[in-house]
Ligand binder design. Structure first.
Ligand code: SAM
Length: 239
């Protein structure tokens, strides 16, 4: 249950030093201004204001994060995963990569949490530039649709968390869920489908199926996938 993992009471309470020690010195008694650049293990203090910008919701085994980490080496990103053992696996995976590749993978981390309840505890308004919902659990039965990670109500939360211009990426191999996610996004006043041209040129779109463990499984089995990629827009002004 939720009582087994701590939840920050507000985004300002998220401890970045445990996730990104390369960017955030764990010793909070050190004032930002005292962090000197002649200590080679520390980063100049200005990067300490870096915020998480990408969130992979239900990240599973972390394949997408690992790919994004090197594609966007300056961007802090986090996976949110509800299963304890899976979260631990991703943690270990990232630590091993950091160890084997000095200076790399410092921008990726994972947290065990229930993303359907606690997104606003982790991110401020307009903080994120990308959110990922890759191969989420389908919850087929009508009465379980409210448990889906994309729903009209949760899209309000995601719109709040995304900056204007930010992008939400979704993919599934379940046609009915693909339709559902697309319909929810299409009907929401703060989201708009990205253009075909942008869809074709965004390097991240290709990773949705190739970089995730679930996507690779679907590809191995020759399965079809259904993708919806939408941009957070400003509210349309009415006169
Ligand atoms: N995105 C990964 C991929 O494409 O390989 C994993 C897909 S897997 C089918 C769905 C994941 O979402 C599972 O790891 C599950 O534990 C996680 N999950 C389900 N509900 C969640 C929630 N409320 N909060 C966080 N993670 C959740």
């Amino acid at each position: 249950s939720d009582s087994h993992f701590p939840v920050p009471i507000a985004p300002s309470q998220v401890d970045y030093s445990i996730h990104y020690p390369y960017y955030y010195h764990p010793d909070t008694t050190i004032d930002d201004n005292e962090v000197t650049s002649n200590d080679s293990t520390l980063i100049p203090c200005k990067t300490r204001s870096k915020k998480i910008q990408f969130a992979d919701i239900g990240c599973g085994f972390g394949g997408l994060l690992i790919s994004l980490s090197t594609l966007f080496p300056e961007t802090l990103m986090i996976g949110m995963e509800i299963r304890d053992k899976v979260t631990e696996y991703v943690k270990e995976r990232i630590l091993a990569l950091r160890e084997a590749n000095p200076g790399q993978y410092q921008n990726a981390s994972v947290v065990r949490t229930n993303s359907m309840k606690y997104i606003p505890n982790y991110f401020e308004k307009g903080q994120l530039s990308k959110m990922f919902f890759l191969f989420p659990d389908p919850h087929f039965k009508e009465k379980n649709h409210r448990r889906r990670v994309i729903s009209p109500h949760l899209l309000d939360e995601y719109a709040y968390t995304l900056e204007v211009g930010g992008i939400i990426y979704t993919i599934t191999d379940v046609e009915e869920l693909g339709e559902w996610m697309k319909d929810c996004l299409e009907d929401h006043p703060l989201f708009e489908a990205i253009s075909e041209e942008e869809f074709a040129t965004d390097p991240v779109v290709k990773l949705l199926s190739s970089a995730t463990e679930e996507g690779q499984k679907v590809a191995r089995n020759g399965g079809q996938t259904f993708t919806a990629v939408y941009r957070r827009i400003s509210p349309i002004e009415t006169e």
